[in-house]
Design a protein. Sequence first.
Length: 154
Amino acid sequence: MGRPIMTSNAGYRHGHAARGQRSPTHNSWRGMIERCTNPKNKKYKNYGGRGVKVCGRWGDFCNFLADMGERPEGMSLERRDSNKDYEPGNCRWATQKEQMCNCSRNHVLCCYAGPKGAKSVAEWAEISGTKYRTILSRIRYGWTDKEAVFGRAA
């Protein structure tokens, strides 16, 4: 990952860890580093343990801040492609809902042909007004994706 991460006087350079208080942006950065580099972190197995790395540039918080900007209220750091590393171009600030649509355990349904016809169960539930759990239950019973979302014609 390049040079070691130094946080003891980092707050004096960028103001995000002053007086022992880390900013939300700094907390997101630290969490990313911990998930990818610390085998004792409870999330390590899903990140560093599967080979996800942090680009060398982001080993320094100032570079991360310059590339990502301040973390907006209610958002967290997301990798657009969960099989790629934390790096500029693959990361963004996302809402919890957006995060859930991009997680590896998500179930994607194709109700219509083409790329816009493929959406997560959560997205289809919102579009159709059908409950999330109802859609999943219907799929388990062998309904087609379209039937699970919109119901069977009477």
